[in-house]
Design a protein around this ligand. Structure first.
Ligand SMILES: Nc1ncnc2c1ncn2[C@@H]1O[C@H](COP(=O)(O)OP(=O)(O)OP(=O)(O)O)[C@@H](O)[C@H]1O
Ligand SMILES: [Mg+2]
Length: 612
C-alpha cells in the first residue's frame, strides 16, 4: 500500500491500537473466525501494518493485497460508513462489488471515542459459507466491545494528561502564590510564587506536610473540620524565619460526601496589593519640575535645592507661605526620585480630626476601637510603602501623634492601633509647613527631635512678592491654561495690566494669582486685558471679619446652605486661603471647616466666585 501522510488523529489512533492486549485479542479473533481483521479510520487509513494483519499466514498477505487492489481501503471505509449508519453502528455486511466480491466477504463495525470514529473490518474468503460468516460477525462484535473500551480509556487518559498539564501551567503562571494542601496538611502543589514568598523550594516541598516546611501555625487547619474557607483575609506573620504580610484566600475542595479533601490556598504579598490599589486610587503625583513655572532667582534656588533633594533619600521640609507651591515642589521631588513609580500619598495634618489622625496615619487592627473596620485597616504610611508621604501642614500634628511619627521614622516600621506587631515600611517623608517650625520647636509646641528628623533638607520657597519676576510668567501660564480649558482665545495682558499685577502684594501667593486669572478668563471676553484693578480689589479685601459679614448682609435672600457656602468662600478669600485663620474667623474647628468645604465642593486651589 502507498505510504500516506497521516493526520494527528490517525497517529493517536495508531498509538492507541499499538498495545499488546489489543494485538493479541485481534489476532485471536482473526484466527478463530479464519478472517483478516483490521481497523480503518474514516479516511481509509489502515491503522495496523498490513504485515501484522496478515500475520502469521504469508498467503493471507497476497489475498489482502489483491483485495485492496480491487477495493482500496478508502472505498472500504466509505462502504463501512454507509453500511454501519444504516445498522446504527452494529456489525453490517459490506456490499462488495465486482472482483472484490469474488475475493472476499466483509463485515464492519463502527466504534467511536472522543469524536474519533474507526471501523473494525473482518474479511474472509467467499467460500466460507453462511455459518462461517455468522461466526465472523460474532467475533467482530465481541472484538468491537474490546476496542470500544480501549479507545475510551486511551483518550480519557490523554484528556486527563492534558488537564493536568494545563492545571500545572495555570498554577505556575498565576501571579499569586498557590498551594494545594491535601488531607493531613500534605502539600500536593506549590507554585514558584508560593515558594518565593514562603522561602521554600516547591519541588522538595511537595509530599511533605505544611508543618515540615513552615515555622508558623498554618491557619488553614480548621477548614478541614468546618468546611468553610475565607477570601482575602489579611495575614501578618512574624515567625523566627520570616515576616509575611499577605492577603490570603483558602477554598475547600469537597468530595461527593461533602468531606474536605484538599484546600486551595492562594495568597499575594500586601506590597503588591498596595501597589495595585494605589494605582487605581490615584495615589500618584502629577507635578514634575517641568511644571514649576518661574524664572526668578528665588524660584531657581528652590528648584536647584529640590532637584538635589530628589536625587537623595533624606527627608525634606518645604517651608513657605500658603500658596507658594509647596505641594507642587513635593510632587516634583517625588516624581524625580527613584520612588517615582511608587505611591505618593499626601496627608493634610490640619484636615484630619484629632481622634482619627493616628488610625489614618498608622492603621488599626481588627476592632481596635469603636467604629473601627472589622477586618482592620492599613494606614497611609503602609499604603505609601516604597513611595513618598507628603505631610502637609505638619505643624498641626498633635503632639502625641508627633511622638508616634518619630518612632515610625526611627524604626522604619509602623504598629497599627490595637496591635503589637510592627510592619516594616519604607517611605520618604516630605513635610510642608507655613508656620515657623524652628520657633515652634523652641517654644515646645512642636517636638524638637521630630523637627530635626523631618528637616534634613530644608527648602524655602519665597513668597511671590519677593520674586516679582515670576508674576508675568505665571500670569501668562495660567491665562493660557484657563483659556484652553474654557475653549476661549487667549487674550493679551497689556503693559498697564502687568504693572498692576506687579504692584500687588499677593498675600495668597501663586494660588491667589491663579485664582485671579481664572476669574478674569471667566468674566472678561475681550481680546486684551487692560485693567485688572477690579479683580485685585476683590482679592485684596484686607479686613476679613467685617467684610465677610457685610457681603452676606448685602446679598439677596438665599438658602441657609447657600449662605454657609458664601460665608466660607468670603472668609477664605479674606484670609488669603489660610485655613487656620479662616476656621478662627468662622469660629469653627479646622476639621469642621474642611468637612463643610468638602460638602460645598469648595477647593482651596480653585477660584472662588467672583464678586461683581
Ligand atoms: N511655580 C509654580 N508653577 C506653576 N504653578 C504653581 C507654582 N506654584 C504654585 N502653583 C500653583 O498654585 C497652587 C497652589 O500651590 P500649592 O498647593 O503647592 O501651594 P502650597 O504652598 O502647598 O499652599 P498651602 O500652604 O496653602 O497648602 C497650585 O494649584 C499650583 O497649581
Ligand atoms: Mg499645600
Amino acid at each position: 500500500m502507498a505510504t500516506v501522510a497521516l493526520d494527528p488523529d490517525t497517529t493517536a489512533l495508531e498509538s492507541a491500537l499499538a498495545c499488546t492486549q489489543w494485538r493479541t485479542a485481534r489476532r485471536l479473533a482473526a484466527s478463530e473466525a479464519r478472517a483478516c481483521v483490521f481497523t480503518l479510520d474514516r479516511a481509509g487509513h489502515l491503522l495496523e501494518g498490513i504485515e501484522e494483519v496478515a500475520d502469521p499466514d504469508a498467503a493471507r498477505r497476497d489475498t489482502l493485497d489483491a483485495f485492496f487492489a480491487h477495493c482500496p481501503a478508502a472505498r472500504l471505509a466509505a462502504l463501512a460508513e454507509a453500511a454501519t449508519s444504516i445498522s446504527d453502528g452494529r456489525c453490517a455486511t459490506l456490499p462488495l462489488q465486482g472482483s472484490a466480491a469474488t475475493l472476499g466477504q466483509a463485515f464492519a463495525l463502527r466504534v467511536e471515542a472522543h469524536g474519533r470514529r474507526v471501523f473494525l473490518v473482518a474479511l474472509h474468503a467467499p467460500d466460507a459459507g453462511g455459518g462461517r460468516a455468522n461466526w465472523s460477525a460474532s467475533w467482530i462484535t465481541l472484538l468491537g466491545a474490546t476496542l470500544d473500551v480501549l479507545l475510551q480509556r486511551t483518550f480519557d487518559l490523554a484528556a486527563y494528561d492534558t488537564l493536568v498539564e494545563e492545571q500545572r501551567a495555570i498554577i505556575d503562571h498565576i501571579g499569586d502564590g498557590l498551594m494545594v494542601i491535601g488531607q493531613g496538611h500534605v502539600l500536593r502543589h506549590v507554585n514558584s510564587v508560593a515558594g518565593r514568598i514562603l522561602g521554600i523550594d516547591p519541588k522538595t516541598s511537595i509530599g511533605k506536610t505544611l508543618n515540615e516546611v513552615i515555622d508558623f501555625e498554618p491557619i488553614v487547619g480548621p477548614i478541614y473540620r468546618t468546611g468553610v474557607g475565607y477570601v482575602d483575609r489579611e495575614l501578618i506573620i512574624d515567625s523566627p524565619a520570616r515576616h509575611l504580610h499577605l492577603l490570603d484566600t483558602a477554598i475547600p475542595i469537597k468530595n461527593r460526601c461533602g468531606e474536605v479533601v484538599s484546600v486551595v490556598n492562594t495568597f499575594r504579598e500586601m506590597r503588591r496589593v498596595r501597589k495595585m490599589a494605589g494605582r487605581y486610587a490615584g495615589n500618584h503625583a502629577r507635578f514634575t519640575f517641568d511644571s514649576v513655572v518661574g524664572t526668578s532667582a528665588g524660584t531657581r534656588r528652590a528648584l536647584d535645592a529640590a532637584k538635589k533633594a530628589a536625587r537623595g533619600a533624606s527627608n525634606v521640609l518645604l517651608s513657605g507661605e500658603s500658596g507658594v507651591g509647596k505641594e507642587v515642589f513635593a510632587q516634583a521631588i517625588h516624581n524625580a526620585s527613584s520612588r517615582s513609580a511608587q505611591p505618593f500619598i499626601a496627608i493634610n495634618c490640619a484636615a484630619l480630626p484629632h481622634a482619627l489622625i493616628e488610625s489614618e496615619l498608622f492603621g488599626h487592627a481588627p476592632g481596635a476601637f469603636t467604629g473601627a473596620a472589622r477586618d482592620g485597616r492599613p494606614g497611609k504610611f503602609e499604603s505609601a510603602d516604597g513611595g513618598t508621604v507628603f505631610l502637609d501642614e505638619i505643624s498641626e500634628l498633635p503632639i502625641d501623634v508627633q511622638a508616634k511619627l518619630l518612632r515610625v521614622l526611627q524604626e522604619r516600621e509602623v504598629t497599627r492601633i490595637g496591635d503589637t506587631r510592627g510592619i516594616p515600611v519604607d517611605v520618604r517623608i516630605v513635610c510642608a509647613s507655613n508656620r515657623d517650625l524652628a520657633s515652634m520647636a523652641r517654644e515646645k509646641t512642636f517636638r524638637e527631635d521630630l523637627y530635626y528628623r523631618c528637616n534634613v533638607i530644608e527648602i524655602d520657597i519665597p513668597p511671590l512678592r519677593e520674586r516679582r519676576e515670576d508674576i508675568p510668567v505665571l500670569a501668562a501660564f495660567f491665562l493660557e491654561r484657563y483659556c484652553t480649558r474654557m475653549h476661549k482665545p487667549t487674550p493679551a495682558l497689556t503693559e498697564h495690566a502687568l504693572k498692576q499685577l506687579a504692584a500687588y502684594d499677593w498675600p495668597g501667593n501663586v494660588r491667589e494669582l491663579e485664582n485671579l486669572v481664572e476669574k478674569i478668563v471667566n468674566f472678561d471676553d475681550g481680546e486684551r486685558i487692560e485693567d485688572v484693578s477690579s479683580f485685585l480689589r476683590g482679592a485684596t479685601r484686607a479686613q476679613p471679619a467685617d467684610d465677610a459679614v457685610h457681603v452676606a448682609h448685602r446679598a439677596a435672600p438665599v438658602s441657609l446652605m447657600e449662605a454657609e457656602r458664601q460665608a466660607i468662600e468670603n472668609a477664605l478669600e479674606a484670609c488669603r486661603y489660610n485655613v487656620t485663620n479662616c476656621a478662627k474667623l468662622l469660629a469653627v474647628s479646622k476639621p469642621a471647616l474642611y468637612a463643610k468645604m468638602k460638602r460645598h465642593g469648595i477647593r482651596l486651589e480653585r477660584s472662588i466666585r467672583h464678586k461683581i
